[in-house]
Ligand binder design. Structure first.
Ligand code: PEP
Ligand code: MG
Length: 307
């Protein structure tokens, strides 16, 4: 609790010991997660506005809610994610059919196949709020699997006048084809919670499989490296906004893998900032190399903690 008292503005922008910049953003679910002095918001989850709703919020209602959040980050960047319905986030107004395997079903961006008008309303509200706001708004879609989905989402978002359009990498297919996704997009943001779940075929809500869901799984790190490398080749940012970004030592590994920003709960920012400030980019790369080469998460952690 004491750590949340730190004024984020006092920390300044994130960087390695040798001055390589790594933006540190906040994950935001509602106004209560906002802290002043942050570099921006790397994941604004919009589900909060829709949870439990039987009718979908109007464009005007969405505009007001997004504008309030955007204005909490004056002069900064806010990455807003379109609606992410899923197994763990039921949204009654979407009236989705029951599914045997909700985690593998019509969730995230896929809900727009059944209810395209809901995505259009949301993009219109995001675009109008972005016009009115004093921050830089980036928009991204959750659960993108294919370049075609990325192209379709980008076309819709740009039709509303949105200029910075990206996708989350939460499905192994998206990591494997990150370069192709980036032909249509301006940035990627890796959601390690879902990417871990789908890489290991282990339900993120199943408490019996902690070893498989460990964010230090070398297979997960390999996929993150692929996405980061595609971003480097395209000259486009690739961040991480899953829980992995909040583990200071793993944050250093992620930077070593080539990730350009990290987004986390405000309470995690001071420790991640301190860890990165104590390591050169070269050290981060060495840590990443060791973690990738490890046999399992325990060894990856142990190797990265030696130095
Ligand atoms: C993720 O999957 O890592 C992520 C950030 O999205 P969410 O946790 O909202 O599914
Ligand atoms: Mg997710």
């Amino acid at each position: 609790a004491a750590r949340t008292q730190v004024d984020l503005a006092d920390l300044g922008p994130g960087h390695t010991k040798d001055g390589h910049p790594v933006s540190l953003y906040l994950n935001i679910g509602s106004m209560k997660d906002v802290r002043t002095g942050a570099q921006g918001a790397g994941l604004l989850r919009t589900e909060f506005l829709f949870l439990g709703r039987k009718d979908s919020p109007s464009r005007a209602e969405q505009h007001a809610a997004y504008l309030e959040l955007f204005n909490a980050f004056p002069g900064a960047r806010v990455v807003i994610r379109t609606l992410d319905a899923g197994a763990d986030k039921p949204l009654p107004f979407l009236a989705l059919p029951d599914e045997e395997n909700p985690a593998l079903g019509v969730r995230g961006l896929r809900t727009a196949r059944l209810r395209p008008e809901v995505l259009d309303d949301q993009l219109a509200a995001i675009a109008s709020a972005a016009e009115a706001a004093a921050c830089e708004v980036w928009v991204m879609a959750p659960m993108v699997a294919t370049p075609a989905e990325a192209a379709d989402f980008a076309a819709r978002a740009r039709a509303h006048g949105l200029q910075h359009v990206g996708a989350m990498v939460e499905i192994p297919a998206a990591a494997l084809r990150a370069a192709r996704l980036l032909e249509h997009l301006d940035f990627l943001s890796i959601g390690t919670n879902d990417l871990g779940q789908y890489t290991m075929a282990a339900d993120r809500q199943d408490g019996r499989l902690p070893d498989l869901l460990d964010p230090w799984q070398p297979a997960l790190l390999e996929l993150i490296a692929l996405a980061a490398e595609a971003g480097r080749a395209a000259g486009k940012p690739v961040g991480v906004c899953g829980e992995a970004a909040a583990d200071p030592r793993l944050a250093a590994v992620l930077v070593g893998l080539g990730v350009t920003s990290l987004s986390m709960a405000a309470a995690a920012v001071p420790a991640v900032h301190a860890e990165l400030s104590a390591r050169t980019l070269r050290e981060c790369r060495e840590l990443a190399e060791q973690a990738r080469d490890a046999l399992d998460p325990a060894q990856a952690r142990a190797l990265a903690s030696r130095s």
